[in-house]
Write a protein that binds this ligand. Structure first.
Ligand code: B1M
Length: 210
């Protein structure tokens, strides 16, 4: 079995330290950070997601797997993020109100930082008024919003409306993403950009501030 399929399997078993060790081993074998992410860490979480949907595993197992995945991305971060680079822009990032999913958001953060952005991470379950307050406090170039549930995607629109109502919509670009989000939905709520994955999010952010 290859180191990448071992990583995918150990993510599903929630073995955080073993995952971190194997990520280090894969880097030592000159496997690219992107490949480790896609074919190891995310593949494992994707497979677990199918078992979660089929009621073969439940919330505790998924939480433990998420912790293992995060531990693996921490190891990759050193590789993906260049140190001592002057920020090219500032992003306020968060998962919207009612939504606790943060793995995709954390990947977006990693990729944005890798692309040279300073990222203010507001965390999960972030209400619209907190996003407006963060725009006032941090004066970001971009607000980036994640949503993973069909029941919380509307909160991205609520956040944009709150920015309009507060008179600060024109000061920032807004990017949205997350599994249920589509380009059509992003346009409908008045976002400036939608991307399907975290790497594309970093590219889109660079284009937005160009
Ligand atoms: Co949740 N969950 N979950 N869950 N969970 C999903 C999303 C679900 C699809 C599972 C399923 O039924 N198949 C389903 C949603 C159904 C729907 O709405 N259509 C679901 C559900 C129903 C729920 C609960 C309601 C379950 C319950 O309690 N009965 C509950 C809701 C809690 C809440 O938020 N209020 C819940 C809870 C949880 C856990 C807490 C157990 C855990 C989250 C742990 C954590 O995040 N720390 C969890 C997990 C892990 C999942 C699955 C298994 C994996 C999600 C994930 O992290 N994927 C997921 C099933 C699945 O996706 N296969 C599922 C990996 C991650 C890298 O992908 O976040 O999509 P993703 O990010 C992608 C892109 O979307 C994109 O980039 C990333 C890739 O590069 N992206 C952006 C994300 N944000 C972006 C922002 C951008 C651009 C791109 O620009 C700003």
């Amino acid at each position: 079995m290859s180191v990448l399929s071992d990583i995918a399997e150990l993510v599903q078993k929630g073995k955080a330290q073993e995952v971190a060790d194997l990520v280090n081993q894969a880097l030592a074998e000159n496997i690219s950070a992107q490949q480790i992410l896609d074919e190891g860490l995310l593949k494992g979480m994707g497979e677990l997601g199918v078992r979660f949907k089929n009621n073969e595993v439940f919330v505790p197992e998924v939480l433990i797997a998420a912790r293992a995945l995060n531990k693996g991305t921490e190891v990759l971060k050193a590789k993906l993020v260049e140190e001592d680079v002057k920020p090219i822009g500032r992003v306020v990032l968060g998962t919207v109100a009612g939504d606790l999913h943060d793995i995709g958001k954390n990947l977006v953060k990693l990729m944005l930082e890798g692309a040279g952005f300073e990222v203010i991470d507001l965390g999960t379950d972030v209400p619209a008024d907190k996003i407006v307050a963060a725009v006032g406090e941090y004066n970001p170039d971009i607000v980036a919003l994640s949503a993973l549930l069909t029941t919380t995607m509307a909160a991205q629109g609520d956040a944009i409306k709150a920015l309009v109502d507060a008179g600060v919509r024109d000061k920032v670009k807004v990017m949205v993403g997350g599994a249920p989000i589509t380009d059509a939905f992003a346009k409908e709520i008045g976002a400036d950009a939608y991307t399907e994955d975290a790497s594309a999010a970093a590219e889109a952010a660079k284009a937005l501030i160009a």
